[in-house]
Design a binder for this molecule. Structure first.
Ligand SMILES: [Zn+2]
Length: 468
């Protein structure tokens, strides 16, 4: 049957067709679209059950419901994570990655004994640039596997750490250690300053590597060393990484020697500021918390390390309430953890706060997921760049499988991430728009070589210390 159409109907259908054709035609080209259940950690803590993220070069161009993103953008490649979680990459705010090669060397002793009797001598005999490179490679593999996309490190030969991190496509805030005794890399303070200045100059403006001076602590650095490190950082607008108030002895000695707490002492000598990343912050009172919040110091809580070394319990709920940026770190991995699994730290942070306050309300699942992502980014002063999945931020994201016995059923996504999911559930990791792990396969680190070398180092390090 012949259907007669009025000119108006024909005109309307032509217009509709014209509109949809031109919308398709103007779909903006991007490099990658990731689809899945997107947990953004943005200011509203938006979650898109059926979401998508459009990525161009190293940044996010759009995040939202999948239908909206796919209508506006067309991509060269798609990462199909439907039915899986898509999260911002985790931020490991404090570690010493080359120490992977000393993992398990001498555990179950006091921090003081561990440092002075075992670790400092082991480092003096074994740590050189080659050691640092292999330890870093092993740590990069381990961290990527647990969904870490940015880490903050403090060690020696940090330029070698930076080169390896850059090669693996990972993001790092990498601190060269300042310490008042001959270190494995620099034997004098003058050499240490010269090395670090060159290190800072070399990495200025790099999109992945943020080089930094890392004065070890107030108990291993003189006032002059601390101030020299801070002045150098400020000359290059670099962050300052330091251990702060990590043990009772540090607090007691500071009261005795400086007449004030470690935090007040660092404030008095001009070190505290919005560029400082302070690991631990266990022994801090109300006045200290106020000073740390006012000076916008980032703090990093390391629950495994604090428990393993019986250092004490950081007052995380009080610090958060005071307005401090508190991130999470693994510390270690030797002697004080002994792994680099940040998902485990989320779980432990919540449970340590609960048991120490004898209240299950002390620190909840959502809070620890914040600490591993957006608050971790704030603690490193990088919240404009990373920590959430938002337009304009770096495309650092991870895909976590929900097809595991420990992943179902799911009633609350934050509880699932904090208490049920495991590092081994992380499938895919993207850093700055580049996939560094796809379906559990590492793409930028030779994991087999790193594992084989670690076994070789077990023999040489053991022999140097007269072990079997
Ligand atoms: Zn540490």
């Amino acid at each position: 049957m012949k259907v007669w159409r009025s000119p108006i109907v024909i005109l309307v259908s032509y217009c509709l067709f014209g509109v949809s054709a031109s919308a398709q035609h103007t779909a903006q080209h991007v490099d990658t679209i990731v689809t899945g259940m997107v947990v953004t950690m943005d200011g509203h803590r938006s979650i898109y059950d059926e979401g998508a993220i459009a990525i161009s070069a190293d940044s996010i161009v759009a995040v939202g419901p999948r239908t909206e993103v796919e209508a506006k953008y067309e991509a060269g490649q798609t990462i199909d994570a439907r039915g899986k979680l898509v999260l911002p990459g985790f931020v490991n705010g404090h570690t010493h990655v080359p120490m992977t090669l000393l993992r398990g060397l001498h555990d179950d002793v006091t921090l003081n004994d561990w440092l002075y009797k075992y670790i400092f001598p082991a480092e003096a005999k074994n740590v050189n640039e080659e050691f640092v490179r292999w330890g870093t490679r092993l740590a990069l593999a381990e961290q990527i596997r647990s969904g870490v996309t940015t880490f903050a490190d403090m060690y020696y030969f940090e330029d070698a750490v930076a080169e390896e991190t850059k090669k693996a496509g990972m993001r790092g805030v990498l601190g060269e250690t300042f310490i008042d005794f001959p270190a494995p890399d620099n034997k004098t303070n003058a050499a240490m300053l010269a090395y670090t200045e060159q290190f800072l100059q070399k990495w200025q403006g790099d999109p992945l590597i943020h080089a930094a001076p890392a004065p070890h602590s107030i108990y291993t650095c003189s006032q002059k060393t601390l101030q020299d490190a801070a002045a150098l950082a400020r000359k290059y607008h670099a962050p300052i990484l330091i251990h702060v108030a990590e043990m009772k002895k540090e607090w007691d000695d500071s009261l005795k020697n400086n007449g004030m707490s470690p935090v007040q002492y660092l404030d008095k000598i001009g070190v505290l500021g919005p560029d400082v990343v302070a690991a631990h912050c266990i022994f801090i009172d109300e006045a200290d918390r106020k000073a740390l919040a006012q000076r916008q110091v980032g703090c990093v809580h390391n629950p495994s390390s604090n428990m393993m070394l019986a250092s004490g319990v950081a007052p995380v709920p009080e610090s958060r309430a005071a307005g401090m940026a508190v991130g999470l770190g693994t510390d270690g991995p030797a002697g004080s953890n002994n792994d680099l699994d940040l998902m485990e730290e989320m779980d432990l942070a919540a449970k340590l706060a609960k048991i120490s306050k004898m209240s299950p309300l002390a620190l909840n699942a959502k809070a620890v997921v914040e600490m591993a992502t957006i608050d971790g980014a704030r603690a490193l002063h990088m919240e404009k760049e990373i920590g959430s999945l938002e337009k304009g931020k770096k495309a650092d994201l991870i895909v976590i499988s929900l097809d595991e016995p420990n992943a179902v059923p799911m009633y609350d996504v934050y509880a699932q991430i904090a208490y049920a999911l495991k590092a081994s559930d992380v499938e895919t990791v993207v850093i700055g728009g580049r996939a560094v792990m796809k379906d559990h396969k590492l793409l930028t680190v030779d994991e087999a070589a790193a594992i084989a070398r670690a076994r070789e180092y077990r023999k040489t390090v053991g022999a140097s210390l007269g072990m079997e």
